[in-house]
Write a new protein. Structure first.
Length: 434
């Protein structure tokens, strides 16, 4: 093993040896090499005459660029667009995102957390988690209503075993007991379990209530304190889109610093929160495992993530980081977000109104939803994939078949005045097939 990786592992062990045991074999081997980037950083600080280190081109002391590219970007300084960004991301953006997280998540205040590391959107963050913490045969616990890409990221790439639990109880509540029992079941086989908490959920569009959130956190902390090592990942891709009857902050704040056997990892990003899907700006943040700064632990984890980024994509795009930073600094940022939130909320509530006031019950019901972009229908008489194809070919309506009985609807892209017609068509499609 590389001596730098050994040094990072010793730093982790110094603060909490349990976290070292949570790392995958790859995670234990990761380090940030002291190569070109390190030497370039030293040169940037000390090379006052000539700096012939990093592989970029300059002109008159500024980054070189094509006029035809810069033409539409002249509101930005070339230095904020064209050079490489650091492997961990633009420092100003990282600091600003941490400030935003603390403002929006009261439970995180007073907790010790790392400065968010920039990822190439949230999927890249999931891949980092998989590489750092999952070995072949490790258990990953998640609800049976989960985003299909998890399977590719965790199982296909890393050989982890996805173990699901029932998402909802019969009375329409999140099945907290099923989650905790599944973790305990996996813990009997492995002394390390990874849990994915994706709220608001894709595809169900559900965010736990305050009581459910507290029960989830308390239950996981109790399991950790009993001796099982837990890596709890909050996939907060749709954070902030909370419409009714739910908690309004990430479970990360409830979990960080609560047990030496529990490492909380937060994944989020600008993608959905700021409606910039193509920018690909996400973040990964680690929480300390007790109520101390644990600078060795958090610093070593950051360097391992930096090494992983360096060894895969080198760094994330600089322009999109600059665009997001400028938005966060803009005086109208929260006012603009509120306007779009109201539109999204109106769509979600309209869907619920239509479903509650229209008699579709002989063909489908719906799973609980209160947030995010999506909701799911539970079909009674027809196969979801058959219906999906029929709706597309006969009515020009696109939907997603999740499994044999569940059809996902993205109300995020349906205008309020279109909602009634959409579900009338889906109902008619069911009747056609019947």
């Amino acid at each position: 093993m590389n001596p730098i990786a050994v040094e990072l592992n010793e730093l982790i062990k110094k603060d909490n040896p349990k976290v070292y045991e949570m790392l995958s074999d790859l995670g234990k081997s990761l380090f940030m090499p002291k190569g070109i980037l390190t030497q370039s950083a030293e040169a940037k600080e000390k090379a006052y005459k000539f700096n012939a280190t990093i592989g970029t081109a300059t002109e008159n002391g500024k980054p070189m660029y094509l006029d035809c590219i810069y033409e539409g970007l002249k509101a930005f300084d070339p230095k904020d667009l064209f050079p490489y960004a650091p492997a961990t991301g633009k420092p100003e953006l990282r600091a600003k995102w941490k400030e935003k997280m603390l403002k929006e998540n009261p439970a995180m205040n007073g907790k010790y957390i790392s400065t968010p590391i920039v990822t190439n959107a949230l999927t890249h963050g999931l891949s980092i988690v998989a590489d750092m913490f999952m070995d072949n045969g490790d258990y990953v616990v998640m609800p049976d209503m989960f985003w299909g890409n998890y399977r590719l990221t965790f199982s296909v790439r890393r050989g982890a075993e996805i173990s699901t639990f029932n998402t909802f109880t019969d009375d329409g509540k999140f099945d907290v007991n099923a989650l905790l029992e599944k973790v305990k079941e996996c813990a009997k086989i492995k002394d390390k379990v990874i849990i994915i908490l994706n709220f608001p959920n894709n595809p169900a569009g559900y965010m736990p209530t305050v009581d459910e959130g507290k029960a989830i956190a308390d239950g996981l902390i109790e399991i950790a304190n009993s001796g099982t090592k837990l890596v709890v990942v909050t996939d907060d891709a749709y954070f902030g889109l909370f419409y009714e009857d739910s908690m309004t902050e990430s479970l990360f704040g409830y979990l960080a610093g609560e047990s030496d056997n529990l490492l909380a990892v937060k994944l989020d990003g600008a993608t959905k929160e700021e409606y910039v899907w193509g920018f690909r700006v996400g973040f990964i943040t680690f929480g300390s495992t007790n109520n101390t700064p644990q600078a060795n632990l958090l610093g070593a984890l950051e360097k391992k993530v930096a090494g992983l980024i360096r060894g895969t994509i080198s760094n994330c795009p600089h322009p999109s980081q600059t665009f997001v930073l400028k938005a966060l600094e803009h005086p109208n940022f929260y006012a603009d977000k509120q306007k779009k939130y109201e539109i999204m909320k109106a769509r979600g509530l309209k869907v619920k109104e239509v479903l509650n006031n229209s008699d579709y019950s002989d063909e489908f019901t719906y799973y609980p939803f209160n947030s995010g972009y999506f909701m799911c229908l539970k079909l009674k008489n027809v196969d979801a994939e058959t219906l999906r194809v029929h709706l597309l070919e006969k009515y020009g309506v696109g939907t997603i078949s999740v499994n044999k009985s569940d059809l996902r609807i993205a109300f995020s892209c349906i205008e309020v005045e279109q909602v009634q017609e959409l579900f009338d068509i889906i109902y008619k499609g069911c009747k056609d097939l019947a």
